[in-house]
Design a protein around this ligand. Structure first.
Ligand SMILES: *[C@@H]1O[C@H](CO)[C@@H](O)[C@H](O)[C@H]1NC(C)=O
Length: 244
C-alpha cells in the first residue's frame, strides 16, 4: 500500500521534531541598519556559524544549537569586510574578521549570554550583560516555555544617555558606551583583586545608571540575580534593536 503524502509529511514532522533535542535561536535584526552578529561558544562548546554572519535590516535567521550549549552572542555594527572576510567593525569587532571563529568581540558590546542546560540541570539560564559595556539594544525572549520564563533585555539606547567620559565615538557619532570597569580598569570597578566578592564590590554610580535605564540586564559583575533568567523552552528569539 502506498504511503499517502499526508502520512509521509506527518511522519517526517514527527521524526524531525523528535530528533531536534537542541535549541532553536532565532536572531532578528530590527535595527535600521545592517548588523553582523558574532557568536562564541564557551570553552568545550562549538561556535555556531563560524562565529559571525551578516543580517540586513529586517532580516532574521534560525540557528540550531546542540543540547546543553553554552556561549554568547553580540551584535557588531558599522562593519566593512572584503570578499575574504577581512575588515573591521565600529563596535564588537573580533580581530577584523567576519567569521570570529573563537575570538570574542571588542568591548564595549552588549552581550547575550546563555547556558542551555548542563549535565546537572536541564534548565536554561540566560542574561543580557552590560558588564563589558553597551553597543546595541537587544532582548532574548523564550517561545513555548512555561510560567516563570523571563525576558532578558536591554531595550533602551544607552548610547543616547552615556556619560561623556564613557562614550565611544566614530565619526562624531556615539557608537558605544563603556562600562565603568572598562573605562577605569581598576579592581574597584571590575570586582577583581581585593574587590572580588559581592560584599566588597558595590555597584558604582554608572552601574546604578545602567540599571535604571536597563533594569532587566546585568549592570556589573555582582548585580542582583534578577538579571539572570531561567526557562526551558524549545526556542528563543534574540532581537537586536527590539521594538519598545
Ligand atoms: C545534557 O544534560 C542532560 C542533563 O541535564 C543530560 O542528560 C544529557 O545527556 C546532556 N546532553 C549532552 C548532549 O551533553
Amino acid at each position: 500500500m502506498p504511503i499517502s503524502p499526508f502520512l509521509f509529511f506527518f511522519l517526517y514532522l514527527f521524526i524531525s521534531l523528535s530528533l531536534a533535542d537542541g535549541t532553536q535561536l532565532i536572531i532578528v535584526n530590527h535595527c535600521k541598519e545592517s548588523i553582523w552578529p558574532g557568536t562564541l561558544g564557551t570553552v568545550g562548546h562549538q561556535t555556531p556559524k563560524d562565529g559571525g554572519f551578516h543580517l540586513h535590516s529586517g532580516e532574521q535567521i534560525v540557528m540550531e544549537v546542540p543540547e546543553n550549549w553554552s556561549g554568547r552572542i553580540w551584535g557588531r555594527q558599522g562593519c566593512c569586510f572584503d570578499e575574504t572576510g577581512k575588515g573591521s567593525c565600529q563596535t564588537g569587532d573580533c580581530a577584523g574578521l567576519l567569521y570570529c571563529r573563537g575570538t570574542g568581540g571588542k568591548p564595549p558590546a552588549t552581550l547575550v549570554e546563555m547556558t542551555l542546560g548542563t549535565p546537572k540541570s536541564a534548565l536554561h539560564y540566560y542574561d543580557v550583560s552590560l558588564v563589558d559595556g553597551f553597543n546595541l539594544p537587544v532582548s532574548m525572549i523564550p517561545v513555548g516555555g512555561s510560567i516563570g520564563c523571563g525576558v532578558a533585555a536591554c531595550e533602551a539606547d544607552l548610547n543616547a544617555c552615556c556619560p561623556k567620559n564613557l562614550v565611544v565615538e566614530q565619526g562624531g557619532k556615539v557608537v558605544g558606551c563603556k562600562s565603568a570597569c572598562l573605562a577605569a580598569r581598576s579592581d574597584r570597578y571590575c570586582c577583581t583583586g581585593d574587590f572580588a566578592s559581592p560584599n566588597s564590590c558595590r555597584p558604582t554610580v554608572f552601574a546604578h545608571l545602567f540599571k535604571a535605564i536597563c533594569p532587566r540586564a546585568y549592570s556589573y559583575a555582582y548585580d542582583d540575580s534578577t538579571a539572570l533568567k531561567k526557562c526551558r523552552a524549545p526556542r528563543y528569539v534574540i532581537t537586536f534593536c527590539p521594538p519598545k
